[in-house]
Ligand binder design. Sequence first.
Ligand code: HEM
Length: 170
Amino acid sequence: MTVKRYLPFASAVLLTTVSAVAFASEPWSMPGEEAIEPYTPSAANAGAQPFAGDQMFQAFGGQAGVARIVTDLLDRSFADARISDIFKGHDRVRLQRVLVEQFCFLLGGPCAYSGRDMATAHKDMGVQPGDMNALVENLQLAMEEEGIPFQTQNRFLAKLAPMKRDIVDK
Ligand code: HEM
């Protein structure tokens, strides 16, 4: 009797385990995105601890403000002669999604970061210190365009700055 009652539950667990094992090594993707090698998502992949509270997230205009800033940052970076070669051919749909998640999460917004860690994401890309400066300039222009106060911009840039050691090629 007891065995019968638990049978559906046990088979569901078995099925989930079997499919998790079967698909764990398969490249996967979100709709509209290119397939990538599997990895383990974790908040630690975002590269920094989020700001406490949601004041920073609100100062960035919430989800809509963050999305506009990321769109502007990517528009500028894909068109920027200094760094466009690095971006060329990469999946912009995924980049937009995970950058919004990362910025929203770090700013204290209600988001989880599902992307890869910074070292893996930028591996073998050959990013130089000057490329990092170009991207930061583009981010500053995008934040300026959105009317983010200067001090708030700098607080966010200070949060991102230590990631340089994982992004710039050694
Ligand atoms: C603090 C600075 C930076 C942050 C926070 C950042 C963040 C990210 C994130 C979240 C991803 C996506 C990870 C994923 O797909 O799972 C990514 C990928 C990427 N980043 Fe950055 N990044 C930074 C600097 C740069 C710089 C300086 C460049 C080049 C000039 C760059 C070029 C790229 C490219 C091309 C990808 C796509 C990788 C792929 O398609 O596999 N990033 N970055």
